[in-house]
Every structure is written in C-alpha cells, then in structure tokens.
Design a protein around this ligand. Structure first.
Ligand code: ADP
Length: 214
C-alpha cells in the first residue's frame, strides 16, 4: 500500500497516518519530521532549512525530493508507505512520479483531508494552548503568524496537487472536519473502493521499467 495524505497544516494528517501505519503495517514518511530531525542534528541540510521552516515557508524542492528518494529505498519502506507532508508542490509530485516509475512502483491512492480554514486555525490555536498548558516545548513554527504563512503556502503551492491527482484518477477526498474515528472510517472506505489496485498496477509498473531499461 502506497499512499499520500494531502491537506493543510492541522488537518489531522499525522493522526490518520498513525492509524494507517498500524492497520496496514506500512511506514509513515513525514518530510516535516525528517527536516526537523536534520535541524536538530545540525546537518548541512538542517542548517539550510532551519530559517525557512521557522518562518513557515517551503524548503527547496530538490532538498525534500532528495530526502524522500533515499528514504523510499530503505528496507522498512518496501511493504509500503504513507507520505505525510510530501509532495507539497507540483514539481515535487512530478519528481515523485519519476522516483516511483524508476522503481516500478505505483501509488494506490491520494487521500485529501478537506477542512474549513477558520476551524483549522481554531484547532491549531487549541493545540498550541494545550501544549503550553502541559509545559511541552512548542515547535518553532507553532504560532499564529507562522501558521498563517503556512496556510498561504498550502493554498498557493500545495492545493494545485488536488487537481493534479484528480486528473490521474488517484484522488480520494474525505471530510477532515469529522471526529477522528469517522475520518478514519471514511479513509478505510475510500481505500476499500480501490481493491488491490496497487498490486495490479505494480506488475504493470515493473513491466514498464523493464521495457525502459532494456
Ligand atoms: P504540518 O504537518 O504541521 O503542516 P510539516 O511537519 O509537514 O507541517 O512541515 C513543517 C515544515 O517543514 C513546513 O512548513 C516546511 O517548511 C517544511 N516542509 C515539510 N515538508 C516539505 C515539503 N515537502 N516541501 C517543502 N517544505 C517542506
């Protein structure tokens, strides 16, 4: 099973990803988490993206594409994966198409979590409030100004992916404003409607990549 979770910051991608991981035995690949780890470790990539992330902007496509390309090749991703926070731009989606095609792999579905922006802002402000109350350390980009910038980045750079994947027939939209368990159920239903699509497509993908390499 290979999935993409698409939706603005705070839409609940992380929460649903965890449930899908448990259900399908696949791994969650979150570029946001990988980039935060790079920042924390002070790697060259981390130093390059630290300020961009703190301000709510998007990191360069080549950086995130490079990270994902490597991560997909690791053994634990062989059974499948959920991409959370990637792709975030059309060039990233095109790069992902190339990465998958060159490995004879296909996506099973792109799940869009549809949410209302005002409710989203309230949801994130609540999350920030709760974390503060528990004395937890906030992320550098967890504040209302930066959130606003992240929403603009989503609208301008990421929302066009909805049309991109709809045209390819892989888009499944669910209502992200419903209670968590209902969102999970809607995702399950959407995935059940594409039975073994992944396996059938995999065979085709492999054939194609063989043809290309011969
Ligand atoms: P959230 O899920 O809260 O929207 P993420 O953890 O996915 O946030 O991402 C945090 C930040 O990491 C983004 O605001 C952006 O700066 C950077 N980032 C993560 N993924 C990508 C990506 N695919 N392309 C560009 N920047 C990214």
């Amino acid at each position: 099973m290979r999935l993409i979770l698409l939706g603005p910051p705070g839409a609940g991608k992380g929460t649903q990803a965890l449930r899908l991981v448990a259900k399908y035995g696949i791994v969650q690949l979150s570029t946001g988490e990988m980039l935060r780890a790079a920042v924390k470790a002070g790697t060259p990539v981390g130093r390059q993206v630290q300020e961009i992330m703190a301000s709510g902007g998007l990191c360069p496509d080549d950086v995130v594409v490079g990270i994902i390309g490597q991560r997909i090749d690791e053994p634990d991703a062989r059974k499948g994966f959920i991409l959370d926070g990637f792709p975030r731009t059309v060039p990233q989606a095109e790069a992902l198409d190339r990465i998958l095609a060159s490995r004879g792999l296909k996506l099973d579905a792109v799940i869009e979590l549809r949410v209302d922006e005002d409710a989203l802002i309230r949801r994130i402000e609540n999350r920030i409030g709760e974390m503060k109350a528990r004395g937890e350390k906030l992320r550098d980009d967890d504040n209302p100004d930066v959130l606003h910038k992240r929403l603009i980045a989503y609208r301008e750079m990421t929302a066009p992916l909805i049309a991109y994947y709809r045209q390819r027939g892989s888009l499944r939209s669910v209502n992200g404003m419903a209670p968590i368990a209902e969102v999970t159920a809607a995702i399950d239903q959407a995935l059940a409607a594409t039975p073994s699509a992944g396996r059938a497509q995999d065979v085709e993908g492999k054939k194609k990549s063989k043809e290309l390499s011969s």
